[in-house]
Design a protein around this ligand. Sequence first.
Ligand code: ADP
Ligand code: ADP
Length: 245
Amino acid sequence: GNLLEVKGLKKYYPVQKGFLNSTAGYVKAVDDISFSIRRGETFGLVGESGCGKSTAGRSLLRLMEPTAGEILFEGRDITKLSAGELRKQRREMQMVFQDPFSSLDPRHTVERILEEPMIVHRTGNARERRAAVDKLADVVGLAKSQLQRYPHQFSGGQRQRIGIARALALQPKLIVADEPVSALDVSIQSQVINLMQDLQHEFGLTYLFIAHDLSVVKHICDRVAVMYLGRIIEITDKHSLYAHP
Ligand code: ADP
Ligand code: ADP
């Protein structure tokens, strides 16, 4: 079955007339896209920079308000949720960002960063949260001794492990990963991809994996949607992808 169904999603940004040759006063960043993601699969969203991938990913988590469309999560349209309902829904859908450095608060220790989502969502008591943090560190391969360090004391790959651990803190079902390895050295990329695949199996996760190049996507995705100028121009499965060089 489908975990997520996106129907007719649009996101237009208001801009000044004349900006980016806009005559309309808005940019059609996402212009009527539809797709479904099956439970447990990794669904890729690819396309060149500026085609609307990030906007689509953020809109479907309602990190920004879509202009139009339905977003059915386990059959429930989350565009219709009240603020309170949406806050609960957010536990189930988390995001991993491209740049793990700018998305981790530099003033907080890793322990605090991993505990934060549980504090915000009032999950468990202090002792339970601490135990959960230890478990999270363990599953992404961070040593306990590293929990008292700050983000700048880690390499890019380690910071992305922290970002992934934070995304897992509330035991989500869906993770939207927006170019999660694009900022990393090529030698580190496969480690992070392998980790994401291991975690997917261990926790039964479903991924929307955003990337601008096909090489990474080929390794991890079951199906791929290709975006161009705000639209999906093709949805293809892994086996057809391999036919392309
Ligand atoms: P990406 O790596 O996703 O392409 P960008 O460097 O294009 O990111 O954008 C960085 C930030 O600037 C994002 O928050 C994005 O929403 C915003 N942004 C991108 N394009 C525009 C634009 N034309 N007008 C205003 N903000 C923009
Ligand atoms: P991608 O993730 O594929 O690089 P984005 O979703 O970042 O694409 O951007 C899609 C389009 O929307 C681009 O034309 C970008 O310049 C524009 N855009 C992104 N963020 C903003 C914003 N905050 N305001 C105006 N335009 C934006």
